[in-house]
Design a protein around this ligand. Structure first.
Ligand SMILES: Cc1cc2nc3c(=O)[nH]c(=O)nc-3n(C[C@H](O)[C@H](O)[C@H](O)COP(=O)(O)O)c2cc1C
Length: 140
């Protein structure tokens, strides 16, 4: 089992972000299911953070598509490594659009955390890392 996490800069106008994300996720949900790729996609302040997990060749194949996708640029890997088990087995590319007026609800944070630590408890450093990346300007 393999996991890749990356950040990138979203391209396009702010008022179109939600619609474009919807389009991406609609395709992703169908395509990822075929190869049992699970994960999440976050959008915050013009940045994307996506985590995908599955068989390594499938992930690299998907990443070669994603890297060429003009809807974002500057794809930068954060994590690209083998993992024991999935952290997001019930998440079929669910996406979270975060902006200044909207933030994670407590329930969402709880669900995310539970989903992650259930399988990846030893990697709490990973969890802390991406929370910090995501939520650096938010307080709860
Ligand atoms: C930020 C971002 C995340 C994406 N995530 C996925 C994904 O998880 N799964 C997927 O199939 N496509 C994803 N895509 C879309 C792919 O880049 C690509 O359009 C899709 O795989 C269809 O490729 P094809 O037209 O060559 O079949 C993503 C695109 C962007 C910009």
């Amino acid at each position: 089992m393999h996991m890749i996490a990356y950040i990138s800069d979203f391209n396009g106008e702010d008022n179109k972000v939600e619609r474009v994300l919807e389009e991406i996720v609609k395709v992703a949900k169908i395509e990822n299911k075929k190869r049992y790729i699970t994960g999440v996609l976050f959008f915050l302040d013009g940045k994307v953070l996506q985590i995908i997990e599955g068989e390594e060749p499938h992930l690299h194949q998907l990443m070669s598509n994603i890297k060429q996708d003009k809807r974002h640029s500057n794809v930068e890997y954060l994590i690209n490594e083998k993992v024991e088990t999935r952290g997001f087995s019930e998440w079929n590319m669910d996406s979270f659009y975060l902006n200044s007026t909207q933030s994670f609800s407590k329930d969402t944070i709880k669900k995310l955390t539970e989903s992650f630590i259930k399988n990846l408890l030893p990697r709490s450093d990973m969890l802390a890392f991406y929370y910090k990346t995501l939520l650096k300007q938010k307080s709860y």
